[in-house]
Write a protein that binds this ligand. Structure first.
Ligand code: SF4
Length: 311
């Protein structure tokens, strides 16, 4: 079968000669958009777990309100995966909240704790563009020199009206400046983008994709706007009853995005993985396989591949 996009699994195999699995970690951070520094309600879609539904779980009977040690989180996830995949490398994915929101001594202690665990070959660090000063970038540079490292930034959209609605409390300019500083420090960046924001047209969405394509980050994650329980988005969705993309439209929009994305960019995700019991809408996102198959079939039907329509 022709591979029509630059998938993360293929990138890992080519780069490291094996499968690499990310282990999601809740390191007990908060976020300036949640702790009252910028705001207390967070981004509109942010859940109580700081957009990391699967991290921090160390077994069936774990207390969801407790932050377990990094060691126990890694150990329990590795145990679960050990039978499924042999000879796998692992990446510690600091996912929940803002994983550079502390001083560099605290950060290096936490990152070192993860890297000390047998089999952990690198770090993926999710954060905000306004939480990466020069000192933190210097620190990340050192980890980058010693192994796998990338930073994940949630841009979501380039449009001010959407960023305001999302309540991210950072601007496109802040994102751009931080992205450029990371790029000059040779730190790979994965950019998150939401597909199907309520007041965006297809052209608005493609303009965000073009912007990212021109930046040529290491990777991109595309997500449908998921309405999850107990988020501010849930209330807005109930009040306004705005339309969400249906599965067919989502597949068309993501296919259009892949055609526009520069072929060098690694696609880390083409659909989200919200915790199933927390999803309010759209329900079709629960069937991840059918979304992925739909996108792959659509690329084949159009006979196009990543970057074939780069503008
Ligand atoms: S930046 Fe991340 S952790 Fe902070 S409020 Fe937004 S989604 Fe939540």
């Amino acid at each position: 079968m022709i591979k029509r996009y630059n998938a993360l699994g293929d990138y890992f195999k080519n780069q490291y000669g094996k499968k690499m699995v990310k282990l999601a970690i809740d390191a007990g951070f908060t976020c300036p958009n949640r702790d009252g520094t910028l705001a207390s309600s967070g981004c509109i879609f942010c859940s109580e777990k700081g957009s990391g539904e699967f991290a921090g779980v160390v077994g069936e009977n774990c207390d969801p309100n407790h932050t377990y040690s990094i060691h126990s989180q890694i150990e329990s996830q590795k145990k679960l995966l050990a039978d499924k995949w042999k000879s796998t490398g692992y990446i510690a994915y600091f996912q929940n909240f803002t994983n550079t929101y502390a001083n560099v001594d605290v950060l290096s202690k936490l990152y070192d704790e993860a890297l000390a665990f047998d089999g952990i070959e690198g770090l993926a660090i999710a954060t905000r563009p306004d939480c990466l000063d020069d000192e933190k970038i210097e620190l990340l540079k050192k980890y980058r020199q010693n192994g796998v490292l990338w930073v994940e930034l949630g841009l979501q959209s380039i449009h001010e009206k959407s960023m305001n609605w999302l309540k991210t409390h950072y601007t496109l300019d802040q994102f751009h400046q931080t992205f450029m500083r990371l790029k000059s420090a040779d730190i790979p960046v994965v950019v998150h983008l939401i597909v199907g924001l309520p007041d965006e047209t297809h052209d608005d969405f493609i303009a965000s994709v073009e912007y990212i394509s021109n930046l040529k980050p290491f990777g991109v994650k595309l997500h449908m706007l998921n309405v999850l329980k107990d988020t501010a988005l849930e209330q807005d969705y109930i009040n306004r009853c705005f339309d969400l993309l249906d599965l067919e439209d989502y597949i068309e929009w993501v296919t259009d995005a892949i055609e526009v994305l520069d072929e060098s960019i690694v696609i880390h995700r083409m659909t989200g993985d919200g915790a199933h019991d927390a999803v309010i809408a759209p329900m079709w996102i629960k069937n991840k396989r059918s979304v992925l198959n739909g996108i792959e079939k659509n690329l084949a039907r159009r006979n196009v591949s990543q970057g074939s329509k780069k503008l």
